[in-house]
Design a protein around this ligand. Structure first.
Ligand SMILES: Cc1cc2nc3c(=O)[nH]c(=O)nc-3n(C[C@H](O)[C@H](O)[C@H](O)COP(=O)(O)OP(=O)(O)OC[C@H]3O[C@@H](n4cnc5c(N)ncnc54)[C@H](O)[C@@H]3O)c2cc1C
Length: 538
């Protein structure tokens, strides 16, 4: 087993993790950042485009109100306030790292070189990773964390495996968990394939509760052509049309008078539900054949033009898809969690967005709370160093984790369903039974199917490194799907992104509550806790 020591460990190489690492490094302490794959690229952050934050046209008050309105009574107002108050300053921090941030709409974006067909997020993450490489931060891509190491309520580091199956114990004085969301646990999603909710399961298995996992946001326009990856379509062109198999205009059918671009901004969730239902009856297409020549020269259409697929020549299949998770780990305003020395930032965090996320707030959240978590982790590590000196981990811990590594690596040949097929089965179960539209009958049916898939997953005995990772994914994903199905069954209302056909209205008297998920000896336990009353002054 490889052992590594660092003052600060950052788990996750997206925007939240990379900013945490850069900020923590300013303390002069040693910082290590790990990611399942590359650091920076291959993350959801590299797919994104827009930050929402106060600018010359959009005030802090506008930002606060828009965020709270989208959250439908479930936002943590203290976190919203931190986001709003620090959003613009976070953009300045990005600029100081050399990122070409410019004002756009109700926030900021990355200034793309003229006619560049790169995604703004790619430019953002490439720039930040360059800064990381020029700093003392150690980058460790290709390491998947399997467990947080916690002793007596305090973080000691993390344990994981390299791609070749070699185990690794990292000892740290403070850790930032920035492992992103879980969109890829659904068959239809626009996330990177590694985004399977590891952050949530790491927290659950370390004894932390997670909250409101049943709130899952969809994006209406995601490429659904077979053989092409399910890529988000940035709908910027006024002339694009949504049509069905007969060529009928779907916006007209829905009574929406706006063009697709406007409708995306004002009615994203309604469109997702409508397109989901329309796609259950037949195919849904996006037609760009009438779009002006000029628009194809600029982002985002110049990005599509790079493809061999004839996007300009014929309508193509689209579908709504899972985009973002509102739920996650509880933190305070400085990123601290219920485990001493463990901080968190980014999509893995719960509370800011409530029942639905306002567009552009995820990137701002990563920036504001990533910076915050980096500083908090550095402060904690510094204090711990002065209290305990260098020897932070008692020796028996190594033996304990060597035993754990052997347990994970128990190689037993057996005949089992291929893990890839089982994962596919889980993802299609999630989309079918816990997708944009839910109902008691189907949620229960989903849970029954999950039991039988669960039996098959138990039979998987990893004999190769790749099977070791797949087995862990299967366990994590089935746990999260169980949580979403059970949590959705209990929430007998519709609110924000959460829609039940059998309870189509919000029910404030009963459901201004958060769902709390815990892992206990007997399995998953779900309870509810009322929302905090709003503070009297903002
Ligand atoms: C297509 C798309 C477009 C979007 N556009 C926007 C937008 O314009 N504006 C906006 O505000 N939001 C947008 N979002 C949402 C936003 O991009 C994400 O919420 C945000 O980038 C998440 O950042 P993060 O740092 O928390 O995690 P990510 O960027 O997802 O990174 C997670 C990191 O954790 C690592 N990781 C995960 N598990 C482990 C493990 N077990 N061990 C080690 N490492 C692990 C991953 O490898 C990865 O490096 C978009 C999302 C998508 C999918």
């Amino acid at each position: 087993m490889e052992e590594i020591s660092t003052d600060i460990l950052v788990i996750g190489g997206g925007l939240a993790g990379v900013l945490s690492a850069l900020e923590a490094e300013k303390s002069g302490l040693s910082v290590l950042i790990v990611g399942k794959f590359a650091i920076g690229l291959g993350t959801n952050s590299s797919l994104a485009t827009q930050f929402t934050a106060a600018n010359s046209r959009f005030s802090k008050q506008d930002h606060f109100e828009a965020t709270v309105k989208a959250g439908k009574g479930l936002c943590h107002l203290n976190l919203v306030k931190v986001l709003v108050d620090n959003g613009t300053a976070a953009m300045e921090t990005l600029k100081a790292y050399g990122i070409p941030v410019i004002e756009r709409g109700i926030g900021y974006t990355i200034d793309l070189p003229k006619q560049s067909a790169q995604l703004p997020g790619v430019l953002l993450m490439k720039g930040l990773v360059e800064r990381l490489r020029g700093s003392s931060v150690r980058l460790l891509p290709g390491l998947t964390i399997f467990d947080l190491v916690v002793e007596e309520g305090e973080i000691q580091g993390a344990f994981g495996f390299f791609k070749d199956g070699k185990p690794c114990l990292i000892r740290s004085k403070a850790t930032v968990l920035a492992a992103g969301g879980a969109g890829a646990i659904y068959q239809r999603n626009d996330n990177q394939r590694s985004i399977l909710g590891d952050g949530y399961t790491l927290a659950l298995r370390a004894g932390l509760p997670i909250y409101d996992l049943e709130f899952v946001q969809c994006y209406p326009f995601v490429l659904a052509e077979p053989r092409l990856s399910s890529f988000i379509l940035h709908v910027e062109s006024k002339e694009g049309r949504l049509i069905n198999e007969k060529g009928e205009d779907l916006l007209e059918e829905l009574g929406i008078k706006e063009n697709v671009r406007q409708a995306r901004m004002t009615q994203r969730d309604r469109l997702s539900l409508f397109l989901y239902e329309a796609s259950q009856k037949g195919d849904v297409y996006y037609d760009l054949t009438q779009v002006s020549e000029e628009a194809w020269d600029h982002f985002p259409l110049n990005f599509l033009r790079k493809s061999k697929f004839p996007f300009r020549e014929r309508p193509f299949l689209i579908s709504p898809a899972v985009h973002f998770f509102m739920g996650g780990v509880e933190t305070d305003e400085k990123g601290a969690t219920g485990i001493r020395g463990l901080f968190t930032a980014g999509e893995v965090v719960w509370g800011l967005h409530g029942a639905n996320r306002h567009g552009g707030n995820a990137l701002t959240e990563c920036a504001v709370f990533g910076i915050m978590a980096g500083h908090s982790a550095a402060e904690y590590a510094r204090q711990r160093e002065s209290q305990q000196g260098q020897g932070i981990v008692p020796e028996p811990l190594t033996r304990k984790w060597e035993r754990k590594a052997n347990h994970y690596l128990r190689r037993r040949r057996g005949v089992f369903d291929h893990p890839r097929d089982l994962l596919k089965g889980l993802k299609s179960l999630a989309w079918k039974y816990a997708g944009p539209v839910r109902e008691e009958k189907f949620l229960k049916e989903g849970l029954d199917h999950l039991v039988s898939l669960g039996r098959k997953i138990e039979q998987v005995y990893p004999a190769t490194p790749s099977e070791l990772f797949r087995k862990k994914e299967l366990e994590n994903v089935s746990l999260l799907i169980r949580a979403i199905l059970e949590g959705s069954l209990l929430r007998t209302e519709s609110r924000g992104s959460f829609y039940r056909t059998d309870f189509p209205q919000p029910d404030d008297p009963h459901w201004l509550k958060h769902t709390c998920y815990r892992l206990e000896k007997g399995g998953l336990k779900i309870t509810h806790r009322p929302t905090k009353p709003p503070p009297s002054v903002h």
